[in-house]
Design a protein around this ligand. Structure first.
Ligand code: BGC
Length: 271
């Protein structure tokens, strides 16, 4: 429950989190709710996960709805935004998070595996950002006192920078997100809309279970993280709250790597 003296940096604001039923999206949705925001949690298949997210957000004293939808489909995107508007009115924050992995070496990768990952990770991010921008622009001045008209945060990956063999579909989608984010940021800055990315490293979630469940793989993964621990969804949640808040009002077009140093090329440390 909210304590009356608790600082709620996102009080009175409304957020949409795509893919909020598990992993990083769930961690961010919870953090936004705990920061006072109303939250629309979008999910694709995992209704139980979405319900769990909603329960935790409501326990924190914030309002939450869950909306099923495939972010790769324009019709579903329209539903997510309509339902959010019906429930909460003006929108302030989009967390463009929904993402999947379907790994295979290049020569074995099927068209379907390529298409599905690009569809969700890149088309989905484009469609969601477009819908958010249209919404922000149609709202005029936001109902809170912020100077900013709206915030879009892409959840990318260290693999928008680090090449990743065996996952070229995923790496290409994240590489694409990087210039998509920057181009949208450039286009919308004059409209007082801030657009940024968070690029997480290895965060302990179902998407990378194979890398941390088994002891040998976990050790190998830790060697890639100079800071010496695997991240948690809360690590990303806290950064997302800050990046969505007025505290970061002068930041747009930036990628924040939240990765315990994974992008520091640790294998070169003792060269
Ligand atoms: C991937 C994870 C991986 C991490 C670091 C993320 O984008 O989804 O599977 O552990 O990057 O390599």
């Amino acid at each position: 429950m909210n304590k009356t003296n608790q600082h709620l940096p996102l009080k009175g604001q409304t957020s949409i989190v795509t893919g909020g039923s598990s992993g990083i999206g769930q961690g961010i949705a919870i953090a936004l709710g705990q920061a006072g925001s109303n939250v629309c949690v979008n999910y694709h298949g995992d209704e139980d996960g979405a319900k769990k997210t909603k329960e935790i957000i409501e326990d924190a004293g914030a309002k939450c709805i869950i909306v099923k939808g495939d972010v790769g489909k324009p019709k579903d995107i329209a539903t997510i935004f309509e339902k959010t508007n019906e429930a909460f009115g003006d929108l302030h924050i989009l967390i463009n998070n929904a993402g999947i992995q379907q790994d295979n070496p290049l020569v074995d990768m099927t068209y379907k595996e390529w298409d599905k990952v690009i569809q969700t990770n890149l088309y989905g991010a484009f469609l969601s950002a477009q819908a958010a921008a249209k919404t922000f622009l149609s709202q005029g001045n936001t109902s809170n006192n912020e100077k900013c008209k709206g915030k879009i945060i892409f959840i990318s990956s260290v693999h928008d920078l680090i090449p990743w063999g065996g996952r070229v579909n995923y790496a290409a989608s994240k590489g694409g997100l990087k210039t998509l984010m920057k181009s949208i940021a450039q286009e919308l800055a004059p409209n007082k809309i801030r657009v940024n990315s968070i690029s997480p490293g290895a965060i302990q979630t179902p998407i990378n279970e194979d890398q941390w469940k088994d002891e040998k793989n976990r050790k190998a993964l830790l060697e890639k993280i100079p800071y010496g621990r695997i991240g948690k969804p809360e690590d990303i949640g806290k950064v997302a709250v800050w990046l969505a808040s007025e505290e970061s009002d002068y930041i747009t077009g930036t990628t924040l790597y939240v990765d315990g140093g994974m992008t520091l090329y640790p294998s070169f440390a003792d060269d």
